[in-house]
Design a protein around this ligand. Sequence first.
Ligand code: PEP
Ligand code: MG
Length: 544
Amino acid sequence: MTTFSGKGVYGAVALGKVSVFKRRETAVKMLHVDDTEAEKARLAAAKEAATAQLQEIYDKALKEVGEANAQIFEIHMMMIDDDDYNESIESIIDTQSVNAEYAVSLTADNFAEMFASMDDAYMQARSADVKDISNRIIACLSDENTQTAGSDEKVIICADDLAPSETVLLDKDKVLAFVTAHGSSNSHTAILARNMNIPAIIGAGKEFLAAVKDGMFAAVDGYTGEIFLEPDDETRARLEQKQKADEEKKRLLQELKGKENVTLDGTKIKIFANIGGVDHIGAVLANDAGGIGLFRSEFLYLESSDYPTEEQQFTAYKKVLESMAGKKVIIRTLDIGADKQVDYFNLAKEDNPALGFRAIRICLTRPEIFRTQLRALYRASAFGELGIMFPMITSVSELEQIKAIVNEVKGELTAEGIAFSDKVELGIMIETPAAAIISDRLAPLVDFFSVGTNDLTQYTLACDRQNAAVEQFVDTHHEAILRLIEMSAKNAHAHGAWIGICGELAADTTLTETFLRMGIDELSVSPTFVLKVRDAVRRTDLSK
Ligand code: PEP
Ligand code: MG
């Protein structure tokens, strides 16, 4: 048995086989081959495997996100069969006597360039698709999978680090736990692990990465941050016991379903859930959340190989609203940039991405992207109780620009005779110290505030949330952060707005009483924490 330790970001226990996450090699080498026929046979097998993968992804997407969003994978399957594309690859293999990986990569570059130079926007967008399918074929040629495809067994995913886009693409039904060598506990990957209700440990170190091998048996303790490779009988029995105790605790919490979020002295609060995709709605309903307090809409962009269209977004938002059957759903507009990078946005590399071109800054600079999202949101608003919130606000002027665009979009829809709700609430995230400090000026312009404590903490304490080295300096209960939240709450209420908290701190039950005393109206947490927070609220007595 070898023991490693990192930081547990979701308290739960898992035991099972390890699958080491392999990242696709982006650099393809040119190799000379003597037998070009054998190389073409390898290519044919890889194309067949890639098509089978796409069919599986298409079926899954169809079930989870609907036909409009799944369609792209059908297009990818058609592209793999395209005659021009295939003739180009085969002719490179034949004429240059090179390996299939190189021929695919060269064809991808040529085709992508050709698509990108076309006038038609639809054809331009195919540039990213041809790269995507080519990468898939190359991965199949190298016999690499980015996840646990091929086996139905649930596994513990071990990796150096995982980007949010890689995490969303993992088959969640097959993941028992995450362990990464690097990463920090407030990163989006950690947040996703919490959303998925599975134990997760980050920062297990490079020695761990060197020791862990595919197929090993491991036990993961998300409470203590320990990972045991090939655990001995005693450790295995101890963790199995802990897992059983967890299940019992969960069962007890289930009894709180249907109960009110009310303190012993009668103060009520709303407890909503945070989601990152349409497929998380099941967990929201299963955990009896009162609504959705944060839908991180950027995950629609991360999951896609091109800008999601108005129709695709509309379908996703409508599905969330309809599934929540009249309960409030707050959708946050695009928050891309910093750690959430999407290739097709073509964002420049930045020295300080957290302080860079992200979120609302992109939306205000590239309003066509923003307008598409707002049109989809307003169209969907006819199907439920929608709130829209805007991330990374620092000034009154940003909010004024946003509201002007919102009004234009609404005017357009009215002129086109498209129905939308006139009760959509507009709010902003309070996640920069600037927004909290001028919250008295911002509050009159909105219906609600939602405090993003993850970013508010990084900007207030000047600690990059992605940087594990500064994690020891992050005091999540720092007085400066609590004062900024309290100040925002006072200012919201003074101007008739309500205030919620949707950062990870909302689930910290050692602060539940503090938040209640500040008059926070709503706490929005990962679905799996809803009942735990309800339990904390019901044990609180504010009369003392
Ligand atoms: C936050 O910053 O607290 C927040 C909820 O937004 P995100 O974690 O998506 O940046
Ligand atoms: Mg944030």
